[in-house]
Every structure is written in C-alpha cells, then in structure tokens.
Ligand binder design. Structure first.
Ligand code: G3P
Length: 199
C-alpha cells in the first residue's frame, strides 16, 4: 500500500499547468492571477487551449493513479488501494515535492480520481461543478459545491455506511483537502471579492 501511496503522490505532483504555460512561453503561472497552477488560473493568461489541456491532464493523472492501484492490487484489496491512490494523487497535486510543497487546489485531480473510484459520484461532481460555475460565474464556488456533494453521493452509494466501503471516507478526505486549499477563496467568497471566471 505504501508503494501505491508514493506512486500516486508522485503522479499527482506533476504540475501540468506550470509546465504547459512555461513551455508555451506564457511564463510562470504562479506569477499570474491567483498564483494557482490549476486550469482556472491558466485561463487568466487568455489561453483557453492551455486551460483545457491543464484541466484534462490534471484530471487524467488522478484517474490514472486510481487505475494503476486497481491493476497493482489483488481484488480483495482493490477498493482500499484505489482510495489510497485517490487521496495521495490529490495530496501530490496540492503539496508537490518539486514546488516546495506549494501546489494547486486539487479540483481537477480530485474530480478525475473520484470519477475513477465511482463514476456516478464523479459524474454528479462534474455536473454540480459545471452548473455551479455557470450559475455563479465563479470557478471556486462550483468546485466547493461539487466537493461538498461528492462525499454525500459516495455515502449514499454505500448505504450511508463507512464500513461497507472505504470510498466515502476517501471522498471526505479529498473534500477536506480541497476546502483547506481553498481557504483564501472561501474568505473572498464570503466578502464578495472572489473573481468571476475569465477575470
Ligand atoms: O480549481 C481551482 C479553483 O477552484 C480556484 O482557482 O485560481 O480562482 O484560485 P483560483
């Protein structure tokens, strides 16, 4: 299980937003907008293509970490391994070794990881995220709503029992990480200064 956690952390820690913007001549994304390395901030460079690629690659690394864990472990340990992989991939994105543990906010990686853990919960999260962001025009609001809903969906799918499956606990841990990483966004949402998408 330790190897899966370490591998997932390493995979999650690949900072695609930072790499793509640097390679495309957009400079250091940490010096733009919110300073975050995620797709929302990449969009603030005006490069929709880079933002879409960052979103996709950050989500894929979360899903791939879970898939690798599933392949690497025997069936009786599969669910636990997938959950460990999901949490550690998000941890890697949020606290990457390469960037002095100052990484992103985990939204795309968390969505990809939860999608691989449980596609109904992942789809519900994506729907809430897109709808929340569309209605509020605030990316963080959509993300926070999505990660509030996904653990509830995972719990409902497990019959509201933490002993039936480790997935609800993984969903809660990922949500806690995402809310912690959004502490500055939450403060801005509360005082009405959180920027709208594209601003
Ligand atoms: O995906 C991160 C998003 O929820 C907030 O990003 O750059 O507005 O802090 P940002």
């Amino acid at each position: 299980m330790g190897a899966i956690a370490f591998l997932s952390y390493l995979l999650g820690s690949v900072p695609f937003g930072l790499v793509l913007t640097a390679l495309s001549g957009e400079g250091d994304i940490r010096k733009v907008g919110s300073g975050n390395i995620g797709a929302t901030n990449v969009l603030r460079t005006g490069r929709k293509d880079l933002a879409a690629a960052t979103l996709a690659l950050d989500a894929v690394k979360g899903a791939v970490a879970v898939a690798i864990a599933w392949v690497m472990t025997p069936p009786d340990m599969g669910a636990q391994a997938m959950c460990v992989a999901a949490v550690f991939a998000v941890l890697g994105h949020c606290f990457p070794l390469w960037l002095g543990f100052k990484g992103g906010k985990g939204v795309a990686t968390g969505l990809g990881a939860v999608m691989a853990l449980s596609w109904p919960a992942g789809l519900a999260g994506c729907a809430v995220w897109l709808l929340g962001a569309k209605l509020t025009r605030i990316s963080s609001a959509g993300a926070l709503l999505a990660f509030a809903v996904m653990p509830l969906v995972l719990m409902a799918l497990s019959g509201f029992s933490f002993s039936a499956s480790p997935k609800p606990l993984a969903g809660v841990l990922i949500a806690v990480l995402i809310f912690v990483r959004h502490h500055a966004n939450i403060a801005r949402l509360l005082n009405g200064t959180e920027p709208r998408i594209g601003k």
